[in-house]
Write a protein that binds this ligand. Structure first.
Ligand code: SF4
Length: 567
């Protein structure tokens, strides 16, 4: 991974350079920032690529680069994956008419009903007395007419599909682009829980078939039931709306109204998905699986395409002439392009080097033992011992333990020393963001333990001085889509593993002065790291700064008390 800015990428025509610079939002550039902007311009305008991949590490000024390019074209969508990033963009660059954002309706308060978000407004019943005052409608129109419209991926996908407000633009910028395939999968996949259709009688019992297409007659029946129910609910909705409108035109909302409206919307979404995607089950190779719950009512059936690539054109590419994908972990052009259906010949990749010193992000490969399915039973006791040792090395520092799954999470919780257990801060399935928020505020040397917080979290400075990756984060093989995709594309499986690993390892060092020690315990890391290891296959996906961190770790590992044990 080198050759970050090939000579041919550097510099651009002076006139255009001046125009580009006018749009840069600050007085000074960070290192490599100006070159990155020029390289993007060159790739689009000089070389004629429609898809440009910008791998740019944390601290390289990626957001300002995006804003410069978006302002230059003056007609762009900027898509983010997280609300926190969206807010940050607005705080730094927001400007009415030029740079506006839009979120889902529930983020705005209805102008005519008290304590009610726009999600629960009366508008779908045609009852709003003054839609021109509606904060959601105002924000949406502002975003639609703005030079740069900022929104999250999910909003973009729904809004472009279901409303007539957002049209194709010159440019789409995809921030945190490594997650596009997951976002798209979430958008197209169909999930039906038995409990959610219980009211339809016998049909709520999920049948068992091997192929997704065998479910189509059952799905059509479900869709019919949903349509009938939706019609009934629409009548009820109109009726309760009129009952809740007083003579002076004031409106009130209650839980019954909210619940009926939600039911209508949920039915609509499901019917649309079934009608649109079920007919593509065979063509686009969809897979299916029934997840059995504690009771039959908790059973859930899931339908997914093996690859989301066939859906990118209609969901993303049709809405932009040019596409800029930005992330610290694009890693590999071929894999990235293949995953989301870009023709590799039409894509250009630019890599920006890290400016963070590798000695500040040492990665220690501890090689505790194999955490593979067959061998984890023998390894788990050693894992707890090593977690104890590492925590003891940092008695007054905060840190994080990434377990990958709940089994290891529970094991560590129940087997580490009492003293260290008191330092752990865990979470349950639904409250990880609350736990993270608590953890960030804490001053004492607590240690966040999580099976799932692998990206999108900022553990800068004293928020985390050590980070333990207990198990290699392989994609979950119990997911039929993962299994089917691995069967046809081994490279993809390794790519996803390395991507998650690098994302996790990047949580603790967020500036050149910041530092965090990283420990990888699982010996399975040898499979992609150690050419002498049985079954070794080079992944070729590691970033230069990850390799530099590993080399630093190798140099220093013997200096850590007790950590020459596993060599
Ligand atoms: S359109 Fe009117 S009723 Fe609907 S959310 Fe907006 S202000 Fe409320």
């Amino acid at each position: 991974m080198n050759d970050i800015f090939a000579a041919k990428d550097r510099g651009c025509d002076l006139i255009y350079k001046k125009k580009l610079i006018e749009h840069f939002p600050y007085d000074n550039y960070r290192r490599y920032q100006e070159k990155a902007i020029e390289a993007i311009y060159n790739a689009f305008e000089v070389k004629g690529f429609n898809h440009v991949l910008l791998e740019s590490p944390c601290g390289s000024g990626k957001s300002a680069n995006a804003v410069t390019i978006a302002r230059y074209y003056g007609d762009a969508y900027l898509l983010t994956s997280q609300t926190v990033l969206q807010n940050q963009y607005m705080r730094d660059y927001g400007c009415p008419g030029k740079f506006s954002d839009i979120m889902g309706r529930r983020n705005y308060y209805c102008a005519v009903m008290e304590n009610c978000t726009c999600d629960d407004g009366f508008c779908s019943g045609g009852k709003c007395p003054d839609p021109t005052e509606c904060p959601y409608i105002i924000a949406k129109e502002d975003a639609a007419s703005s030079e740069i419209a900022l929104m999250n991926y999910t909003y973009f996908l729904f809004a472009t599909k279901h409303s007539q407000t957002f049209f194709p633009r010159k440019l789409i910028i995809y921030d945190e682009a490594h997650s596009i395939d997951k976002v798209l999968m979430g958008f197209v996949e169909i999930k039906i829980k038995s409990r959610g259709i219980q009211r339809f009688g016998d049909i709520s019992r999920i049948p068992r078939f091997d192929k997704a297409s065998e479910y189509i007659p059952w799905l059509i029946e479900i869709s019919k039931c949903l349509k009938d129910e939706m019609k009934d609910n629409q009548v009820i909705y109109k009726q309760i709306l009129s009952e809740n409108s007083s003579h002076d035109g004031k409106l009130s909302v209650n839980d019954v109204i909210k619940s009926v409206r939600r039911k209508i919307e949920n039915s609509e979404k499901r019917i649309n998905k079934i009608e649109e995607y079920a007919k593509r089950f065979d063509v686009d190779k969809w897979v299916t699986k029934v997840y059995e719950g504690r009771t039959q009512d908790d059973d859930e059936v899931v339908f997914k395409p093996i690859s989301v690539a066939p859906y990118s054109q209609e969901c993303f590419f049709n809405y932009g002439e040019k596409h800029l994908y930005m992330s610290a972990t694009l890693l590999d052009k071929s894999n990235f392009c293949r995953n989301i259906g870009i023709d590799e010949k039409d894509a250009h990749m630019i890599r920006v080097p890290s400016t963070f010193p590798p000695e500040n992000r040492k990665i220690f490969f501890i090689n505790t033992g194999s955490m593979s399915y067959k061998e984890k039973r023998d390894t788990l006791p050693k894992i707890s011992a090593d977690v104890n040792k590492i925590m003891n090395l940092y008695p007054d520092k905060k840190g994080m333990i990434y377990t990958v799954n709940w089994e290891i999470y529970d094991h560590i919780f129940s087997t580490i020393s009492t003293k260290n257990r008191r330092r752990l801060l865990g979470h349950k399935n639904g409250d990880r963001n609350t736990a993270l928020y608590e953890f960030i505020k804490m001053k004492s040397p607590r240690v966040l333990i999580t099976p799932s917080l692998s990206e999108g979290i900022d553990l800068k400075d004293d928020r985390a001085r050590f980070l333990i990756v207990v198990k290699m984060p392989y994609p979950n093989m119990s997911d039929p889509q993962v299994k089917a995709k691995k069967d046809v594309d081994q490279d993809w499986f390794r790519y996803q593993t390395v991507l998650t690993l690098i994302q996790v390892c990047g949580r603790g060092v967020r500036s050149p002065e910041d530092w965090c020690d990283i420990y990888i315990l699982d010996s399975c890391f040898n499979q992609i790291r150690n050419p002498g290891w049985p079954g070794y296959r080079p992944p070729n996906f590691f970033t230069d700064d990850f390799i530099a961190g590993l080399n630093e770790g190798d140099k220093h590992i013997n200096k850590i008390e007790g950590y020459n044990l596993h060599e």
